[in-house]
Ligand binder design. Structure first.
Ligand code: DI6
Ligand code: FE
Length: 409
């Protein structure tokens, strides 16, 4: 089996319950698709057949993980961007039939090939910055055929690119026009037809619901979660993004992998997440684009040791953001995360939010060899700089996706 030995590296292993698990002057051996050894250069194993990569003290991190995106969709919503600049709110636009519904119309119209073509540059942008795992949600089809079409595109992206794609079914994202004033029947369609069909095609890794006053209420979400549970699928939820209606509590009662957004989550309710080891996924792109002022309960999350992940939320409405590094910077600037928390948020905690922490998210023996070499020495530079991409090499599952060539120091 091919072996690669990284030597003279500064390794942020992320194998530490709170910090970066930083190892200076260290090395890492990859055997096949797996990490075979990580440790100080003094203990470096002999490996005659390995390809040797001298990292010249550069930083190595796990492959980055964007654990919440909607990057498969048709069209754009630049017109709504202009409307918001003129003073209309995201909710008002949604109530007038724009918002998610307008992307639903464009997504339904697009063929699978067209959706794929539109998604490719969005994904490529993330990959260029060292992303090796990305979650992609459905939710702009809102009927069986079109939700399945979106999830097939997500699967095709995984086949075409060297990236792990986790596919999340978000049929309960918005009420489609044909079900106006008939949410219960739409939820029945989601539960009885859409989700089981998508699952039967092997297209569903997790199930998400948008729980919000402009989307679905608690009993409706509960119906979807019960079906997810009966199919053995893990749960995620968009909750407390615009108001506090108790979505996070409901999701954590169902042992959700993550609750996402949570600007309006009450600090007193954070202990409910801690009890269930549910990850809090913060989405600074949506906070920024919607010019939100309500901050998520960061200090309560820290006090209760709730794992915090961050993600781009790449979508055409509230977060047309396709940069994981800018997401890290925004999480620090807008939410006061430390650069270390931001890096944990796109590695080990993002892996947890996808249920992948036993194989991804840190550089430890036995885990998958998803590795990024950066033209940097200090980890905090990843979150600090804006608009610079220091990614110098990417290995995914033991194979070079972007081979590292010594050039700039
Ligand atoms: N919350 C969001 O921020 C995205 N979905 C959701 O439930 C936005 C989706 C969109 O506006 O297209
Ligand atoms: Fe989202």
């Amino acid at each position: 089996m091919p072996e690669t030995l990284f030597i003279n590296a500064r390794i942020a292993t992320m194998a530490d319950p709170s910090g970066l698990g930083l190892l200076d002057n260290s090395g890492l051996l990859v055997h096949g698709d797996t990490i075979a050894w990580v440790g100080p250069m003094a203990d470096c194993p002999d490996s005659d057949d390995a390809q040797i990569i001298d990292c010249g003290s550069r930083l190595i991190t796990p492959g980055l993980i964007d654990c919440h995106t909607h990057l498969v969709y048709g069209g754009d919503r630049a017109d709504e961007f202009e409307q918001r600049l003129e003073g209309l709110s995201y909710s008002e636009i949604a109530k007038r039939g724009g918002g998610i519904r307008s992307t639903v119309a464009a997504t339904r119209e697009a063929s699978e090939a067209e959706l794929l073509k539109q998604a490719q540059p969005r994904l490529q942008q993330l990959l260029d910055e060292g992303v090796t795992t990305v979650e992609i949600k459905s939710g702009y089809g809102l009927d069986s055929q079109n939700e399945i079409k979106m999830l097939r595109v997500a699967r095709q992206l995984e086949e075409e690119y060297s990236v792990r794609v986790m596919k999340t079914f978000l049929g309960a994202h918005a009420l489609p026009e044909e079900y106006t004033d008939n949410a219960e029947d739409y939820i029945s369609l989601v539960c009885d037809e859409m989700l089981p069909q998508a699952h039967a095609e092997g297209l569903v890794d997790a199930v998400d619901v948008f729980i919000e006053s402009i989307a679905f209420d608690l009993p409706q979400a509960q119906r979807v979660f019960e079906v997810a549970k009966s199919l053995g699928l893990p749960i995620k939820a968009h909750v407390e993004q615009l108001s506090d209606i108790g979505g996070a509590m409901l999701a954590s009662e169902f042992d959700a992998l993550s609750v996402d957004h949570i600007e309006y989550l009450a600090a007193e309710d954070v202990c409910g997440l801690a009890d269930k080891n549910t990850v809090a996924v913060l989405l600074p792109g949506a906070f920024y684009v919607l010019r939100e002022t309500q901050l998520p309960p960061i200090n309560a999350l820290r006090a209760q040791a709730v794992p915090i992940a961050i993600a781009s939320d790449a979508n055409p409405g509230s977060s047309p953001l396709h940069s994981i590094l800018l997401t890290m910077n925004m999480a620090c600037t807008l939410f006061s995360l430390t650069p270390n928390e931001a890096l944990r948020g796109v590695t080990i905690n993002a892996a947890k939010a996808l249920g992948l922490e036993s194989s991804h998210g840190s550089l430890e023996t036995g885990k998958q060899a998803d590795i990024v070499i950066w033209n940097l020495h200090k980890p905090s530079l990843l979150a600090y700089q804006i608009g610079i991409n220091p990614c110098a090499g990417v290995m995914r599952a033991g194979q070079w996706r972007k081979p590292f060539k010594v050039s700039v120091v």
